[in-house]
Design a protein around this ligand. Sequence first.
Ligand code: SF4
Length: 327
Amino acid sequence: MSSSSGFREPALTVAQQEVIDLLGARREQRPTFDQQLRNDLYDLLNASLAEIVDQLPDNQPLWVSKNSLSGVHGCEARYVAEHASSFEWSVPLARGTVAHKAIELSMNWRGELNPGDLVDEALARLEEGIDSLAVWLQQCSEVERAELRSEANDRVAKFLECFPPLQPRWVPVTESRVRIELCGARIVLSGKVDLSLGRAEGDVAGKVLIDLKTGGFAPSHLDDLRFYALLETLRVGTPPRLVASYYLDQGKVHPESVSVDLLHAAAERTIDGVRRLVDLLYGGAQPRYRPGPSCRWCSERPRCETGRSWLAAEADAFDLDDFGLDE
Ligand code: SF4
């Protein structure tokens, strides 16, 4: 069976075919980009951030991830509180890495693809490492390990059901790390893409960057992927063709084409975010409270009057609306 997308796959489910139709493209459909774009973006970022480098501590680069940018563009009070607490692995933080490792193993797995087997093998491989996740996996409780296995298994099973089998010719890569140094390595932009497919050929875009998500759509998912498109352009020179969130619970893909305007917007958001990060972490700026739905799962909520008031007001509005009494 062949599809109009240029990808060929036998016996696909409707959900799998939809992914291929949305993410695939023949060579003549792929955009080309000016090879000067990479230098332009570097110049913009370096020139715009040069003025704040002196505020950074010596010998301590500022690491900027999609999470730090979404944190500082969201509720600054929450970001500052989380930044001050030490990082510890947990089931919610580890399940994505375990699932992505299992998906990576599925690409070259011989025999039937059983999510439980893939997850067990992924856990065993990760546990053999020397990083902090390996140490946590070696020491976590049986309950945590069972929860982790269950949640990773759910992700992998949904991925295998709804995503087309990954073919080596698509150049699939999971958890690919990107590191971009700015202002003489005083600022480091970093990212880790869940899954990438394809690659650029000269100035012709060909790569698709994919974030695997549980739950539903959030606007920050678009910003996260645009940031990754920016990093990829700074690394390779030719931007990715598409970025896409893949919602495992829904079996739906939300793609967005990458354009020069999108990349410049991502660069400007990065510049604004880095400036504010430096103000908050080293410039004595007071964090702004931006209450919203995320107050529900914010660890600061017990201590945050602003967040609790917002949630109480929303609960009242919901109750009135529920009974038709809001007029
Ligand atoms: S509870 Fe809400 S307002 Fe308060 S710090 Fe958390 S996210 Fe911000």
